[in-house]
Design a protein around this ligand. Structure first.
Ligand SMILES: *Cc1c(COP(=O)(O)O)cnc(C)c1O
Length: 433
């Protein structure tokens, strides 16, 4: 029997799945080449179907914070699965996960569980409009809130990566009430605004933190016109801090969205708010929202297992790992003479080529237009380090990444940085001749 190869699977995938992938950024479109097909993962590592090992900084775009196949998660999922996988009646796990989430996030009384971050943001938006009776939603350029129609406009992540401003198939009507504004500037709001959506740490256009005081100013701007403030903590939730960005920055939104970390690698999202706001949801109120697999027993078991591991010590370790990574990468680029920024917020690490840290989406796009990312990506991949195959994603060091892993990453980075410096030099020479 001929062994599976990435090439053969990709080719079969292309026949039956558009682009061969079930999420666009996996397709390697912006970096070129054939995606590796993962056969298995363990801790900080994944192995592709050809048996090649990669040190993994994708970690399912942040869904995996303990590393892959953590024994506590596997055990919890296995135990849950033996009892039945879905019932359409409430289960204890849903109550326990909701209790855990609410206990950790300051100001959040209630959550409803859904099955993805997209669903969380879409439902939160409906809730905000239902509660306020207002139509408009304000979002920041380059922020990603999943792929629901109203929130796709000028989205980060894969939307940015494919060079799209939004999507075909989204009618003018669907986005007529969406206002896109530049990040890190407090927008003019009026009394038609139901909600201002924000990634409190923008992490889908590379990593572009809010400037000092920005979130508090945004809070005040919302209060002046009675608009709700929504923190999309699908990435930051339970990652940047035990209480997410809300605790880290000590600014309280009215509505929250979560995903990724809280599912422990299974499909879960959640949106939450005060009991008063949440009482507008069906069956109590007239904002409808539902889901056959919402609060799925396997997913809640995995989420609870992950949260149990996320002790204060775990956050300290995660941040120390991320700091070592960011500092190591910055010095690797510095020594090679490559202008690069390695922003870090808690355990999140970004990378921009260029001499200045971007402050908004236009800045981020300018950095990406420099074109170094594909060389960086493939240079690292060929040295066994897997990064996201798109320049607008961040790196997700996990609790399974060791000091030795970071050292290896930095060593590889130094070599790739030297390659980038040499290529830049060559291009400059050609320009001259
Ligand atoms: C990933 C992400 C989403 C969408 O979550 P999915 O589970 O992919 O639907 C929404 N908001 C933010 C900030 C994200 O990073």
């Amino acid at each position: 029997m001929v062994g599976l190869t990435n090439e053969s699977l990709y080719s079969r995938g292309l026949d039956v799945i558009p682009g061969g992938v079930n999420s666009p950024v996996r397709a390697f479109r912006s970096v070129g080449g054939t995606p590796y097909f993962v056969a298995r993962g363990e801790g900080a590592r994944v192995w592709d179907v050809e048996g090649v090992e990669f040190l993994d900084y994708v970690q399912s775009y942040g869904a995996s914070i303990l590393g892959h196949a953590h024994p506590a998660v596997i055990g919890a999922v296995r135990d849950a699965a033996t009892l039945g996988t879905t019932f359409g009646a409430p289960t204890e796990g849903e109550v326990r996960l909701a209790e855990e989430l609410c206990a950790r996030v300051p100001g959040m009384d209630q959550v409803r569980l859904v099955s993805s971050g997209t669903e969380a943001a879409m439902s939160a938006l409906r809730l905000a409009r239902g509660v306020t009776g207002r139509p408009k939603v304000v979002k920041f350029a380059g922020h990603y809130h999943g792929h629901s129609d109203a929130l796709l406009a000028s989205g980060g992540s894969g939307v940015a990566d494919q060079g799209l401003s939004g999507s075909a198939g989204v009618t003018a009507g669907a986005v007529a009430d969406t206002v896109v504004v530049p990040w890190n500037r407090v927008p003019e709001l009026d009394e038609d605004v139901a909600v201002v959506c924000v990634e409190p740490v923008a992490a889908n256009m590379g990593l572009v933190p809010a400037r000092d005081g920005f979130l508090a100013e945004l809070r005040a701007a919302c209060d002046r016109v009675g608009a709700l403030l929504l923190f999309d903590e699908v990435i930051t939730g339970f990652r940047v801090d035990r209480g997410g960005a809300t605790a880290m920055f000590d600014v309280r939104p009215d509505v929250w969205c979560f995903g990724k970390v809280i599912g422990g690698g299974l499909p879960v999202g959640a949106f939450g708010a005060s009991a008063e706001i949440m009482s507008n949801l069906a069956p109590l109120g007239d904002v409808y929202q539902a889901g056959t697999l919402s609060g799925n027993p396997l997913a809640t078991a995995a989420g609870l297992a992950v949260l149990r591991e996320l002790t204060p010590d775990a956050y300290e370790q995660l941040i120390a790992t991320a700091s070592a990574l960011a500092d190591g990468l910055a010095s690797a680029f510095g020594e090679a003479g490559v202008a690069a920024q390695v922003p870090r917020v808690g355990p999140l690490v970004g990378l921009f080529f260029g001499s200045e840290q971007p402050q908004d989406y236009d800045d981020a796009k300018r950095s990406v237009d420099g074109g170094h990312y594909p060389r960086w990506f493939h240079g690292m991949l060929s040295r066994g380090i897997a990064l996201a195959p798109g320049p607008y994603e961040v790196m997700f060091p996990s609790l399974a990444h060791t000091d030795a892993d970071i050292a290896r990453t930095v060593e590889a980075a130094a070599e790739v940085a030297a390659d980038i410096a040499a290529a830049t030099e060559r291009a400059a020479q050609e320009e001259l001749s």
